[in-house]
Design a protein around this ligand. Structure first.
Ligand code: FES
Length: 115
């Protein structure tokens, strides 16, 4: 099947180490969401599901960064993830990884790519 793109939000909605945007990805299952964050100017997208237990990560709608703004954090048991790689660096799922999503940013918008 050919790859297709879908606009998820405007670029300015995703703030550097700040507010992120969640979006539905029904192709991954009912009520599955992805999210996109900005870290050192680049965007990174992941399926919004902890590598430990399949719950959503954000502690408040769209809040994924920890207090240091260095890591993504799971609100349930505190796993910390590297925003650039999705690898868990601390917590019960250390060494496991968030499922990455292919995302690109151009013309002031952020796109999700799916097969
Ligand atoms: S459910 Fe996320 S750290 Fe346990």
């Amino acid at each position: 099947m050919a790859e297709f793109e879908r606009v998820v939000c405007a670029s300015e909605e995703v703030q550097e180490r700040g507010k992120s945007v969640k979006f539905p990805i029904p192709e991954f299952g009912e009520r599955k969401n992805g999210f996109v964050v900005r870290y050192n100017g680049r965007i990174y997208g992941y399926v919004n599901q902890c590598a430990h237990v399949p719950v959503e990560l954000d502690w408040n709608e769209g809040d994924f960064f920890d207090i240091t703004n260095q890591f993504l954090i799971c609100a349930t048991h505190g796993a910390q993830y590297n925003p650039e790689t999705g690898y868990c660096v601390l917590g019960p799922c250390k060494g496991k990884r968030l499922m990455p999503l292919k995302m690109k940013e151009h013309d002031g918008k952020i796109y999700l790519y799916l097969n």
